[in-house]
Structure formats: structure tokens, C-alpha cells
Design a protein around this ligand. Structure first.
Ligand code: ZN
Length: 371
């Protein structure tokens, strides 16, 4: 009787496993190359077809060139080209799984990679963090990247692609970044997303919060109950991140003017207010025509995300330069990646880590409907 019950339980697990797997042929469309004049396709057994699926008998490597309203191959014009391969399609040397589509984009060619979401996540791990990090931090990264992708897929369902492959969305550099630890972190959380009120959340995250994560309202004017900002001393243990940049005053002036702020003849630059998380609310600028207030988020965007690494900074004028000295990296909203690494080293599970950075969220075993 006992043996029979065990068999029944095993059968039930198998059936349940099968049905959830059947729910998951989820794919994602990622823009992997944008705004270029030429693209080279290569790979073992790469098969290239035209817009109507007609096979183009071409020997790799294949060079594609931008034309006025499409793409040319060996001088032949096409509106778009689709490439697949048994293993990987190489685009400018980088390997990609699934399907690669090349067509005209806004400026130059647009290359979109459509692939199973779970495979995308395996490649993403080593672009966003490192698979040498503790397994619980890898699993936390897999769950937030999956949640973010599921949310964006629904939000951009009619767009040519759903995700950028840069920090604008999530960094993705193709299948060459995959490894066994990244695969394990993804597989052990297969299909799992974060939900709030039964819907997949907008799981923003960043590199290093430098002490306190940020309320989403401060960055995007979007108030979400699970993105309120929490104290985080953990990243400072794992990776104390202080930075300093000296920028010519003229350059600051030019950048702010390009962003629409009338700041000719800057005389003084100083931090105005700070918000609850300690980040700069506004920068007060005294220029020849009076005072101009620039939101901290807009200041960072205008000068450059790579230069002003976060909005947690101080400002000082030194002669003809502005010195920006700050801490942390990224917008500060949601999970702090370095904090998550330290929490994992301290013995917390990925679910404990996620519940800390996204208060009030639930875990859903299968993909669920985004908000
Ligand atoms: Zn942190």
C-alpha cells in the first residue's frame, strides 16, 4: 500500500512537471546589434532565408549590408533576412541561440535574436553578475531577470523586439557567456517569477546601492509598493564603491544645455536637496542669467550614466572643472547586486534575498500575467 502510494506520488509529480513544462515554450526578442552598416553571419550549418522563408544558398561567412529600405546580400536586396543554425548563429563573431533576424532599424541595421527565455537567462548571468558568485545570488539574479523579461515582453508585445541587450534593459552578450553554474541557477528556479497581487512585477535592479536602495518614484515618478527602498549595508561589505570624476565646466554646461537647461556662463554648481535615501534630489546651478535647478536624475542622465555612476554624489567646482565624487553604481531601485552577493555569502537563500529587496512580493512557479 505504502509502495503504491509512493508510485502514485511520483506519477503526480511527473504529470505536474510535464504540464508546467508544456506551459513554458516562452521566447523573448532581444535587440543584439543596432545602428550598423554591415553585419557578418557565420556558424556551423547556418541556414539563411529571405522574408518569405525562401532559402538563400549562401556559403558562410555571409556579409549583409544596409540598403535604403532593407538589407543586401551579394548585391541582392531583401526586406529582411532570417538565420538559424543547428547550434549557434554567429553575428559579428558572437554566438546566438534560436533565430536571428536582420532588417532595417532606425539608424542602420537592426539584429534581433529570438530565443527561449530560459536559454537567454543562462547567457545573461555572466553579463549581469558572475557565475563565480554564490549559487543563491545566481538564483536571485535568474528570478529577477526572468521577471523583468516577462514584464517587458507583455509591455512591448507589438514592438519589433522586447529587450535591449544593454544596461538600458539587461545586458546580454549571447550564448558564449553560458556556463554550467549559470545554467544551474536558471534551471533550479526554472519558470519562477516574482509577483505582486498575482501579477509579475517590474523587477528593476542595479549594481551597487551604496547603503540604501531607492524608491522608484524618485527615479521614474512611478510609485510601486514593492520598489520603496530599503537599507542595504551589504554591498559596502562586498564591494565598497567610491568614485570620482573631474569634468571641465564647459562640458557640464554643454551637456546640460543639450538636455534643455539654459545654463550659459556657469558660476556655481552645488547639490540642492537630498531625498530619503540620501541621493541628490536636485542640483542648483548659478549661471549668468540666474539660478537653474536640475533634478539629480536629469543631471546624471545629461552628463552620462557612465561618468556619474549614481545620484549619490557631492559636487565641487575646482577652477575650470567640476569634481563629482560619489558612491555606488546604478539607479539604486530594486535589488542591489553586490548586496545580494553578500547576503548569499552570509547564508541567506535567494527567496530571502528577494523578499528583502522587493518587500511584499510572492513567488510564482510558472510565468504569470504582468501588471
Ligand atoms: Zn546595496
Amino acid at each position: 500500500m505504502k509502495a503504491l502510494r509512493s508510485i502514485l506520488i511520483i506519477l503526480l509529480i511527473l504529470v505536474a512537471g510535464h504540464s508546467s513544462a508544456a506551459l513554458r515554450p516562452e521566447t523573448i526578442r532581444v535587440a543584439v546589434v543596432k545602428g550598423v552598416e554591415t553585419v557578418t553571419l557565420d556558424g556551423n550549418g547556418v541556414l539563411v532565408t529571405g522574408p518569405n522563408g525562401e532559402p538563400l544558398r549562401l556559403d558562410p561567412p555571409i556579409e549583409l549590408r544596409r540598403s535604403r529600405d532593407g538589407v543586401t546580400v551579394n548585391g541582392r536586396p531583401f526586406s529582411r533576412i532570417v538565420a538559424t543554425a543547428a547550434a549557434l548563429v554567429r553575428v559579428n563573431g558572437k554566438g546566438y541561440r534560436g533565430i536571428v533576424e536582420i532588417g532595417p532599424g532606425e539608424r542602420g541595421l537592426l539584429v534581433v535574436n529570438e530565443l527561449p527565455l530560459e536559454e537567454y537567462l543562462i547567457g545573461l548571468i555572466n553579463c549581469e553578475i558572475s557565475s563565480a558568485w554564490p549559487m543563491e545570488a545566481i538564483k536571485a539574479q535568474a528570478v529577477i531577470a526572468r521577471s523583468y523579461a516577462v514584464f517587458q515582453k507583455a509591455a512591448r508585445k507589438n514592438a519589433p523586439y522586447q529587450l535591449e541587450s544593454s544596461v538600458m534593459d539587461q545586458v546580454y552578450d549571447g550564448a558564449d557567456q553560458e556556463d554550467s553554474r549559470a545554467a544551474r541557477g536558471v534551471q533550479e528556479t526554472a519558470g519562477e517569477v516574482l509577483t505582486f497581487n498575482g501579477r509579475t512585477i517590474q523587477a528593476f535592479y542595479h549594481a551597487n546601492c551604496s547603503g540604501h536602495t531607492e524608491d522608484s518614484r524618485e527615479v521614474w515618478g512611478l510609485s510601486l509598493p514593492y520598489l520603496r527602498g530599503v537599507p542595504c549595508k551589504y554591498c559596502q561589505e562586498a564591494n565598497p564603491s567610491r568614485w570620482e570624476q573631474t569634468i571641465p565646466l564647459k562640458k557640464v554646461e554643454g551637456a546640460l544645455k543639450s538636455a534643455g537647461y539654459p545654463v550659459s556662463g556657469i558660476r556655481e554648481v552645488r547639490v540642492g536637496g537630498r531625498n530619503e535615501s540620501g541621493r541628490v534630489q536636485d542640483v542648483q546651478i548659478t549661471c549668468s542669467r540666474g539660478k537653474v535647478s536640475v533634478p539629480g536624475v536629469a543631471f546624471r542622465k545629461a552628463i552620462g550614466y557612465g561618468v556619474v555612476k549614481s545620484t549619490n554624489f557631492d559636487l565641487l567646482i575646482l577652477g575650470d572643472d567640476v569634481m563629482v565624487a560619489g558612491a555606488g553604481s546604478g539607479h539604486g531601485v530594486g535589488l542591489c547586486q553586490w548586496g545580494s552577493k553578500q547576503r548569499a555569502l552570509d547564508g541567506f537563500s535567494y527567496r530571502e534575498i528577494l523578499s528583502y529587496y522587493y518587500p511584499g512580493v510572492q513567488f510564482s512557479a510558472a510565468y504569470s500575467r504582468p501588471e
